[in-house]
Design a binder for this molecule. Structure first.
Ligand SMILES: Cc1cc2nc3c(=O)[nH]c(=O)nc-3n(C[C@H](O)[C@H](O)[C@H](O)COP(=O)(O)OP(=O)(O)OC[C@H]3O[C@@H](n4cnc5c(N)ncnc54)[C@H](O)[C@@H]3O)c2cc1C
Length: 407
């Protein structure tokens, strides 16, 4: 592996790895590759890292230690969650300790950017990658810089960490996740004693859920994720949440799709797709930070190994696709199934389900087995509980790979 100097070669900037996308997945990949000694250039279209982000910033507590994440963006710890059903009756879950943290996402990303730079990665913002072309011995990128000036970058390997924007990966024959949900978020004032809450019900959040999470004193992020247009359901949720509270201006409602399911292929010759672009997102909640960091770790391990052994050939990175699926595929598939199963319940059955959760040992089971990021084991245990089984039997299960779990 060579020194860190990035140099110009026949009119193109040259480096070992070009990372496109300065969200958590791209920044962490760049950080780890640079720490491993590679010359890394990260290109981000936005004018600065952490700008203009739509995210609630809830991250599992264990993730911070596991990925050595800077903690100064943490706004508060999450120890409880109040689930509010269609009839408005709360179900309060309290965990013995903090299970997740709410971060200022802009600051979180900027911290990761600083960590990547400190490791030696070069970060260029305001640079949009317009086109990528892969040849036998390199990848060439055509970009447009902050002043509109065209530029070229040549790298041995390309990481696409472009989030939900999938044009580049499609052009390279690496299809994006086929499904997505639509999410919407509004940042606004909140009562000081507000509890973190989630809302479920056909009327309120069709196909998924709404949320209201206090961030800093007197502020909250309220949002909704659904398989339809989220705007109308969100306005209904707000009425329910704060009948006399302020109403948003349409321009303050931030809409963004969230990937729901695996991308069919995340590696090709000299190209790896990391993070939400690969479908590395929890399908239960739409949280993508933790799984994107896992994708980043697997990608950087595989690339560092390939550089050390000098094997950059056409099949060198197929291992990445196999390795991250071995860790995340089951979580993503079981989560997607659970969300679809919940979506078939009408409001009366959702209330029945919440009543079962109030009794029947559900809360102790969640306390014992629940993990903010690794949910598939708990989901299957819950679905196998007899009273829960009866509720789903009454409405019928959606088709899917787990339909036979009760047979
Ligand atoms: C309303 C809402 C709430 C959410 N809340 C949470 C939450 O609480 N917890 C959680 O874990 N997740 C949450 N998520 C999901 C989370 O925000 C994403 O999954 C996460 O940001 C994905 O990270 P990423 O690095 O893969 O992609 P992104 O963070 O989307 O980063 C991709 C970057 O690539 C850049 N880019 C794209 N194309 C190009 C190009 N051609 N050239 C240069 N740059 C390019 C983009 O500008 C962008 O900055 C939420 C999402 C929404 C919509």
């Amino acid at each position: 592996m060579s020194g860190k100097k990035i140099y110009v070669y026949r009119g193109a900037l040259t480096c070992d790895v070009a990372v496109v996308g300065g969200g958590p997945s791209g920044l962490q990949t760049a950080r780890q590759l640079a720490a491993g000694g590679l010359r890394v250039v990260l290109l981000e279209a936005k004018p600065e890292i952490g700008a203009d982000i739509v995210c609630s910033g809830i991250i599992g507590r264990d993730v911070f230690g596991e990925f050595d994440l800077p903690e100064s963006a943490v706004l508060r710890e999450l120890r409880s969650m109040t689930l509010i059903g269609p009839a408005g009756r709360p179900l309060i879950y309290e965990h013995p300790s903090s299970f997740a943290r709410i971060v200022d996402r802009g600051r979180f990303d900027r911290n990761l950017g600083r960590a990547a730079s400190a490791a030696g990665a070069e970060i260029r913002t305001g640079v949009k990658v317009l086109q990528a072309a892969v040849s036998d011995d390199s990848v060439r990128l055509r970009t447009r810089g902050p002043d509109g000036e065209p530029c070229a970058l040549q790298a041995s390997v390309l990481i696409l960490a472009t989030g939900i924007q999938s044009r580049l990966q499609s052009e390279l024959g690496l299809a994006a996740p086929a499904h997505h949900l639509s999410a919407l978020q509004w940042e606004t004032e909140a009562p000081v004693d507000m509890a973190p809450s989630m809302y479920i019900g056909r009327e309120i959040a069709p196909g998924a859920f709404g949320w209201a999470i206090p961030t800093e004193p007197g502020r909250m992020k309220a949002g909704l994720i659904t398989d339809q247009d989220p705007q109308e359901p969100f306005l209904r949720l707000l009425k329910h949440l704060r009948p006399d509270g302020p109403r948003p201006d349409k321009k303050d409602l931030r809409l963004k799709p969230i990937a729901q399911g695996l991308a069919p292929r995340s590696a090709g010759p000299r190209v790896l797709v990391v993070g939400e672009a690969a479908g590395q997102v929890k399908t239960t909640t739409g949280g993508g930070i933790a799984f994107g960091l896992i994708g980043a770790r697997v990608a950087s391990d595989v690339i560092l190994k390939a550089f050390r052994s000098g094997t950059q050939g056409s099949t060198a990175y197929a291992e990445y696709d196999r390795l991250w699926r071995a860790v995340l595929k089951r979580e993503i598939e079981v989560g997607a199934y659970a969300r679809r199963a919940l979506a078939v319940l009408d409001d009366a059955h959702i209330e029945k389900l919440m009543d079962v959760a109030r009794r029947d040992g559900v809360i102790p089971l969640i306390r014992a087995k629940g993990d903010f990021d690794w949910q598939s084991g708990l989901i299957l245990d819950l679905l196998r509980k007899a009273p829960i089984f009866r509720i789903f039997r009454e409405v019928g299960l959606p088709p899917g790979p787990l339909k036979g779990i009760w047979s």
